[in-house]
Write a new protein. Structure first.
Length: 212
C-alpha cells in the first residue's frame, strides 16, 4: 500500500507515519528528515536546502523529487511506503504521477492553524537521529534526551513562531490545492487531527481499509 500523508506543518504527519510504519510494516519516507540529515552532514544537497528550510520556504521541486523517486525504488519499498512531506505542490504531485510513482490513498490530517501554532512550541527534535517528540502529547522518557539514540533534543529553527506562521501561509497557498487534485482521483481521505494520537491513527487505518 502506497500512502501520502498531507497536512499543515505540525498537524501530526510524522507521528502518524511512525505508527503506520509499525502497523503496516512499510517504510515511512520523510523528506524533512532526509533533508535535515543532509544539512547535518554538510553535503552539497544540505547546503542547497539549508537556506530554504531556515526561512520556512519550500525546497525546489527538482531536489525533492530526485530524492523521492530514488528512495521509493529501494528494495524495502517493494510492498509499499508512506510519503510524509511530499508532494507539497501541484507540480510535485503531477511529476510523481508522470514518473510512475503509484499512490493508493492520500490522507489529509485536518487541523486549525491556531491549534498548530500552540503545538509547535512544544515540539522537540533529536539533533542526532531526527526523531521528533512533543513535551505534552508525545514526551521523551527523559527530558531533553532522545529515547532512540540518547541524542540531545532541541527546538528546531523552523518551529519558531514567526517561521511557523510563514510555513502555514506557504502551506495554504501551495499545498491545499493537492486535496482537490487527489479528491478528483478518488484517493483523498480526510482525518480530524485535533484528537488523540491513537484515535487519529484508528481513523486513518479505517479510512484506508487496512486490516491490522
Amino acid at each position: 500500500m502506497n500512502l501520502i500523508l498531507l497536512g499543515a506543518p505540525g498537524a501530526g504527519k510524522g507521528t502518524q507515519a511512525e505508527l503506520l510504519m509499525q502497523k503496516l510494516a512499510i517504510p515511512s519516507i520523510s523528506t524533512g528528515n532526509m533533508l535535515r540529515e543532509a544539512m547535518r552532514n554538510g553535503t552539497a544537497l544540505g547546503k542547497q536546502v539549508k537556506q530554504y528550510m531556515d526561512e520556512g520556504l519550500l525546497v525546489p521541486d527538482e531536489l525533492i523529487l530526485g530524492i523521492v523517486v530514488e528512495r521509493v525504488a529501494a528494495p524495502d519499498c517493494k510492498n509499499g511506503f508512506i510519503l510524509d512531506g511530499v508532494p507539497r505542490t501541484l507540480n510535485q504531485a503531477e511529476a510523481l504521477e508522470a514518473k510512475g510513482v503509484k499512490i493508493d490513498h492520500v490522507v489529509s490530517i485536518e487541523i486549525d492553524d491556531a491549534v498548530i501554532e500552540g503545538r509547535m512550541t512544544g515540539r522537540r527534535a533529536c539533533t542526532a537521529c531526527g526523531a521528533t517528540y512533543h513535551i505534552v502529547a508525545n514526551p521523551p522518557k527523559a527530558e531533553g534526551v532522545c529515547d532512540l539514540c540518547g541524542g540531545e533534543l532541541t527546538i528546531r529553527k523552523d518551529d519558531a513562531p514567526e517561521t511557523v506562521r510563514k510555513r502555514l501561509e506557504v502551506y495554504h497557498a501551495s499545498t491545499e490545492i493537492l486535496k482537490d487534485f487527489y479528491a478528483k482521483m478518488g484517493k483523498l481521505r480526510l482525518i480530524e487531527g485535533n484528537q488523540s494520537i491513537e484515535s487519529a491513527n484508528e481513523d486513518i487505518l479505517a479510512a484506508i481499509g487496512a486490516q491490522v
